[in-house]
Design a protein around this ligand. Structure first.
Ligand SMILES: [Fe+2]
Length: 253
């Protein structure tokens, strides 16, 4: 059984000036290292970019990213995070803005969770996004489904991060409860790895391509364990029987 192989890269936090560092890290260089590693693996069929792609929501970072993605030998799809400018992404992204990807036995649904920002990093799914999700799940009932969004829909046991998780996670999970074909939910935002079952659905969180946050902290704390602090990405193998195999790849740079 050959799986569909999908990569997730998240929270690149590209700066306006590529020489400017983000929390001490050269995030341009980190991203190059992550993408190079992914290409060396050679088997991913598409890349999901799950928000906070630039840090200041400005054109410079998107233009550099877009040029880089256009040159890749596999398609990319992007969604916004709380640091992004949704309108700019829609203007610049072309096919990268596709929200429904159907491949083999799987449908991948990409959601915008940046509605109602609280200015601290939180966001939620607008009613239009929930409607879209419901509609697509009805339409693709016979497919296994992976749902992709920026904000974590379950807490991570870090007080500062749990206060800025998906604000309307109750509505999200109530909707998914009616659609058993959803096998996985993938998010960014937390800059750390997590893999758990919630309501029978695999919830996968992924470290960033930039800097990582330490798990289980009341206040924002940068990861200081050298291996965990490396830039990273996730590979997912989506099997025809609905099974998901996945791993996080951390990249030395
Ligand atoms: Fe982020």
């Amino acid at each position: 059984m050959k799986p569909l192989i999908v990569a997730q890269i998240t929270d690149c936090h590209l700066q306006n000036d590529p020489d400017h560092r983000y929390r001490g890290r050269d995030v341009e260089q980190s991203l190059v290292a992550v993408v190079d590693d992914l290409l060396e693996q050679g088997d991913a069929e598409l890349i999901l970019w799950t928000g906070d792609l630039v840090h200041h929501g400005a054109l410079n970072g998107y233009s550099r990213l877009q040029n880089r993605l256009a040159a890749l030998p596999l398609p990319s799809y992007w969604i916004p995070g709380n640091h992004d400018d949704v309108e700019l992404m829609l203007q610049l992204g072309g096919r990268m803005n596709l929200r429904t990807i159907v491949e083999q036995d799987w449908v991948i649904l990409l959601l915008d969770s940046t509605s109602q920002p609280d200015g601290q990093g939180s966001g939620q799914l607008a009613q239009t996004e929930l409607d879209f999700l419901e509609q697509q799940l009805q339409r693709y009932q016979d497919y296994h489904c992976l749902v992709v969004l920026h904000h974590n829909p379950v807490p991570v046991e870090s007080a500062w991060q749990d206060s800025i998780m998906l604000a309307n996670s109750d509505a999200f999970w109530a909707l998914l409860a009616g659609h058993r074909q959803v096998k996985g939910v993938v998010n960014g935002h937390v800059h750390q790895t997590r893999d758990q079952l919630y309501q029978g659905v695999r919830v996968l969180m992924t470290p960033s391509s930039s800097v990582q946050f330490k798990a289980g902290c009341d206040l924002m704390t940068l990861e200081d364990e050298p291996t965990l602090a490396r830039p990273a990405y996730r590979l997912l193998q989506l099997y025809p029987d609905g099974r998901i195999a996945t791993r996080v790849k951390r990249v030395a740079c």
